[in-house]
Design a protein around this ligand. Sequence first.
Ligand code: C2E
Ligand code: CA
Ligand code: CA
Ligand code: CA
Length: 279
Amino acid sequence: AKSAGRNRHCFFVPEMNIEVSERLNIENDLRHALAHDELRLHYQPVVDAKSKMIVGCEALLRWQHPKHGFMQPDRFIPIAEESDLIIDIGQWVLEQACQQARKWQDLGLMTGFVAVNVSARQLREPALTQTVQKALEISGLLPNKLELELTEGSVLQGTIIARRILDEIQGLGVRLVADDFGTGYSSLSFLKLFRFDKVKIDREFVRDMLSDQGDAAIVKATIAMAHAFGATAVGEGVETAAQAGVIHHCGCDQLQGYFFGRPMSVSDLQEFLHLGALE
Ligand code: C2E
Ligand code: CA
Ligand code: CA
Ligand code: CA
């Protein structure tokens, strides 16, 4: 128990129940977050490894909770997934991201792609294809400017239906990205089964590749494997010039990380893009 308030309850309620009730509170608040306009998307640039030009950005969800302040996605997304709230939130994220990307295109600020994270629960809804289609229609964004990021775990749960949905979405011209690659178990068959357009090397391997030969080997093997499948390789979590240099040298096509730009609010990213244009 961390706070005095919690301590008081500890005499009567086991710790686990406190966690459960805290979860329920978050779930309840999250239910209203969309209607109360508390959710925002931040965008992190992705650059071409060679030219260092921005080729797109990843949309990352942020929640400004009225009482608890800023909440990390790692804390509330799992709750959204278990409570089905992720369906509505996921649709909002898709529509919002597509509209923003289209706006930047019209302004001539950023003509690249926008990447949206999709969770396992969304992949079990056959209507996901229509949701994606609708987001593209409303925004007028071309399908080849949208990428969906999926993790191995999310796709392998209910493989057959996920496979069908992802085939449909790819059929629209939207690109599929294997996110956090290397952290799962059946990575090779995963790439073969879903024909990803892009593979994102998990930042854990990028972080340690300069000091750990094993991690360097995983990065190199993943890039080679992505290329063998005709996919683009992306390194995420690039924090230093040294990491950027080494991973580029390994043949990685695109890079993302604090070294090139943090996830930013719409206005901050616009400022960032303006400055880049002046260089
Ligand atoms: P992810 O998809 O792997 O996103 C990358 C995470 O790495 C982001 O954390 C980003 O802020 C962080 N990051 C980027 N560059 C660096 C770096 O150089 N160093 C370090 N240490 N970290 C870096 P964030 O924004 O906290 O998001 C965490 C996770 O929450 C995401 O991991 C994703 O799985 C999930 N998530 C975020 N937004 C959404 C969403 O709209 N829908 C769904 N389903 N999941 C989301
Ligand atoms: Ca991602
Ligand atoms: Ca990732
Ligand atoms: Ca992750």
